[in-house]
Design a protein around this ligand. Structure first.
Ligand code: GLU
Length: 418
């Protein structure tokens, strides 16, 4: 399944504001701020391909390496009509903080090709992927920068990337993560982001003394992240009452049968013709009467215009930056608990790290080990973020950035940056 999750509308200027707030609290020296404000490297390439009808299209492609003080750059590649340089740069910076917060030995990067994969054939997608990979090959590498799937790309895209890179540099499975298991991918990588979201939700509910059976959830998005989040949350005993895809969704007050919904969709059905529940729109989903709202689709969906109508008292950001800056502030003033993206959706890059280490060691982990280690890392990060938020009496977004920025700053200082 091609992931349709995660489309942020946060600009790089807004991303920088989050960094500046943390930098102020940490009293970060001006030299470090200067260095961290600007991405390390931005590569803009053209990606020309011949379409199936014989015409030629040239797509803009990008790879932004934001900061590499803690290790090789790491981050996904998205294929999306709005994947422009500012968006890729913004997402690259989120990866720097996400990897640091999880204490992974990686810096942050992101890639993108500004194309619409929903209108392209498999052959066209393969050619875009190969050409893009050839054009960025000189700046990626197993110890330099390791791409992965993101919105509009999937395991198959990674197989093509690995192959295209291998033709230049020789067989190098660890050059990308999120590959098919048959090509050296890790078991548990596909479900990892959703699994991480559910681990964080469980930890939060334990803290709040709330039993899963009493907690109702609405999930926006049925791409890779949303579908796995809904499935695994239901398996963990939570009551998933609403779910939407790009077109529409379903709602059932007493909880949806997620497994039959999954079967229905796997067999080519649509959410709109699912027998159970009542139909609802994406806008309805955000304002559903439920305990937990999980935006797992595009960015910027909870805005100043609709945040007053949001009824959930907990929001887990499975998408990147689904809440705009102003809405974030209004919700916080109302006491809504917001688990930030760099914590809630880190499961994917955590298992990417496992995949990379397995590739380097030429060794395979089983699913039990992957799941156990994922839980250990993401729950540990949650504990650290929530403990600091309690200590500082600040929102979790602020404490997450404090931890992440401090870790990156420490690495830069230790290396001696000028
Ligand atoms: N694209 C995912 C993210 O934004 C995963 C990145 C990776 O595995 O490197 O976190």
């Amino acid at each position: 399944m091609v992931s349709t999750a995660q489309k942020p509308t946060m600009s790089y200027d807004e991303a920088i504001q989050l960094f500046e707030l943390a930098a102020d609290d940490l009293e970060l020296e001006e030299e470090l701020r200067l260095l961290l404000r600007m991405p390390h490297r931005e590569l803009h390439v053209e990606v020309p391909i011949r379409m199936d009808d014989g015409s030629v299209n040239v797509y803009p492609g990008y790879r932004v390496q934001h900061n590499g003080a803690r290790g090789p750059y790491k981050g996904g590649v998205r294929f999306h009509p709005e994947a422009d340089l500012d968006e890729v740069r913004t997402l690259a910076s989120l990866m720097t903080w996400k990897c640091a917060l999880m204490d992974l030995p990686f810096g942050g990067a992101k890639g993108g090709v500004q194309c619409d994969p929903t209108t392209m054939s498999t052959n066209e997608l393969k050619n875009v992927t190969r050409r893009y990979t050839q054009n960025i090959a000189h700046i990626i590498g197993i110890n330099r920068d390791i791409p992965a799937p993101d919105m509009g790309t999937n395991a198959h895209t990674m197989a093509w990337m690995m192959d295209a890179y291998g033709q230049i540099e020789g067989h190098t499975p660890g050059i990308v993560t999120g590959k098919p298991v048959a090509l050296g991918g890790s078991v548990g990588r596909e479900s990892a982001t959703g699994r991480g979201v559910v681990f964080v939700l469980q930890a939060l509910c334990r803290d709040l003394g709330r039993e899963p059976e009493e907690v109702s959830i609405a999930v926006q998005g049925y791409g890779n992240v949303g579908s796995w989040t809904a499935t695994l949350a239901a398996e963990a005993g939570f009551k998933v009452v609403g779910i939407t895809d790009v077109t529409c969704g379903v709602y059932a007050e007493n909880g949806l049968d997620i497994h039959s919904l999954r079967d229905h969709l796997d067999q080519g059905g649509m959410l709109s013709d699912f027998q159970e529940g009542v139909e609802l729109t994406n806008a309805d989903l955000l304002t559903l009467d439920c305990d937990v709202l999980i935006p797992a689709a595009i960015g910027g969906v909870i805005t100043d215009d609709n945040c007053d109508a949001v009824r959930a008292d907990i929001i887990l950001e499975a998408a990147n930056r689904p809440i705009t800056g102003q809405a974030d502030e209004s919700l916080r003033e109302r006491g809504t608990i917001i688990v930030p993206d760099i914590l809630a959706n880190a499961g994917g890059v955590i298992v990417s790290y496992f995949e990379w280490t397995q590739n380097i060691q030429q060794f395979r982990w089983d699913e039990k080990r992957v799941t156990h280690e994922l839980a250990r890392i993401i729950e540990g990060a949650y504990e650290a973020v929530s403990a600091l938020a309690r200590e500082k009496r600040c929102p979790m977004r602020r404490s997450a950035y404090l931890i992440a920025v401090e870790k990156v700053a420490e690495a830069i200082r230790l290396r001696g940056f000028v």
